[in-house]
Design a protein around this ligand. Structure first.
Ligand code: ZN
Ligand code: ZN
Length: 338
């Protein structure tokens, strides 16, 4: 079912004949959704834990790094199976059969569910997403272990030749394995303290942002995700992306209009020369407040008519496909490229 918020992605994947199988953890069960519609378990909300990318029948790429704090919701099976009657021609069927509008009279529909999360994050914590801590610990551990062995061997051997130097490194390596856990604990006090303080300060900044701007978190996150999806899927070689964490939010004024910048850690998945590859990056997206009121889309099926020619429109296209009249924008915040 191409929802307003999924339409760009679906079109893109269909063009490339790519299926993305996403696994979701719901309680202690794993469910899956496929972009080609092959198996779509009835999930109403869940966290992502794995994505598999298929070209035709072949699994070509896999991603397992996801943020368990970011929430996604789905249109329920109950809603998909609900009986629906086309207001234009009277054809009656289940909602899922009206995939791309009415199959009989070609009336455009805009299907939406209002209680959605396209990738919202409501929690604050102290998790640092990189592996710096473990790498630093390992380096400190190995250096200190080698130094200890050096002094030990120098003090106990009568000679200090190349064999002894080799011994220093071999014993050092063994000792570092033994001591790694100890260093892991010791470093927790030395390294984690500053990380906690840093994360607390970042979290406080985000809390201040929400308090100051009085933005509704859920609708703002949905707005951001809708716009970011549209932005990436309009690029030729991007087939998928995941926000791994939201890092910063800032509001500012530019030429009299309110703007908000959102910095996020993202993974962008590219399809180039028949290959799928991912890039991890930190991105800043800038949003400008929509100068007019936005197009209101309600729960379920929306049939929106062009105010100029009266034809039913696809709200994701921005213009009426028949008379090319511009229609109101769907979002309150519009992404502006940097
Ligand atoms: Zn119809
Ligand atoms: Zn029109």
């Amino acid at each position: 079912m191409p929802l307003v918020s999924d339409s760009f992605h679906e079109k893109k994947l269909k063009d490339f004949k790519i299926n993305i199988k996403t696994k979701y953890a719901v309680g202690n069960k794993i469910y899956e959704r496929n972009t080609d519609g092959s198996i779509n378990d009835d999930i109403t909300s869940g966290v992502r834990c794995e994505k598999e990318y298929y070209i035709g029948p072949n699994l070509v790429h896999k991603e397992t790094d996801f943020d368990s704090r970011i929430e996604y919701t789905f249109i329920s099976k109950e809603m998909e199976n609900r009986e629906y009657k086309c207001p234009n021609c009277g054809m009656q069927s289940q909602l899922k059969n009206f995939k791309n509008g009415c199959p009989y009279c070609r009336t455009n529909y805009n299907i939406e569910y209002t209680d959605k999360d396209l990738g919202s994050k409501y929690h604050y914590d102290r998790v640092l997403r990189n592996t710096t801590y473990r790498v630093v610990t390992a380096i400190v551990d190995v250096i200190i272990s080698v130094i200890i062995c050096f002094f030990f061997i120098q003090a106990t051997s009568r000679t200090f030749n190349s064999i002894d130097i080799a011994k220093v490194f071999i014993y050092g390596a063994i000792l570092s394995l033994v001591l790694y856990y100890l260093f892991y604990i010791v470093d927790a006090y030395i390294i984690l303290g500053p990380i906690k303080i840093y994360k607390d300060r970042q979290n406080q900044k985000q809390i201040d942002f929400w308090n100051r701007t009085k933005l509704d978190k859920k609708s703002f996150f949905n707005n951001v995700n809708y716009e970011v999806r549209k932005y990436y899927y309009s690029k030729n070689n991007v087939i998928d992306f995941d926000v791994l964490d939201y890092i910063a939010f800032k509001e500012f004024n530019r030429s009299g209009t309110q703007h908000v910048s959102v910095t996020a850690e993202v993974r962008i998945v590219y399809y180039e020369n028949g290959r799928i590859k991912a890039k991890f990056t930190k991105e800043e997206y800038v949003f400008r407040k929509n100068p007019t009121d936005k197009l209101e889309i309600h729960e379920g099926v929306n049939m929106i008519k062009c105010h100029n020619c009266g034809h039913s429109i696809d709200a994701t296209k921005g213009i009426c496909e028949y008379c090319r009249t511009e229609i109101k924008y769907l979002q309150e915040w519009i992404i502006v490229n940097k």
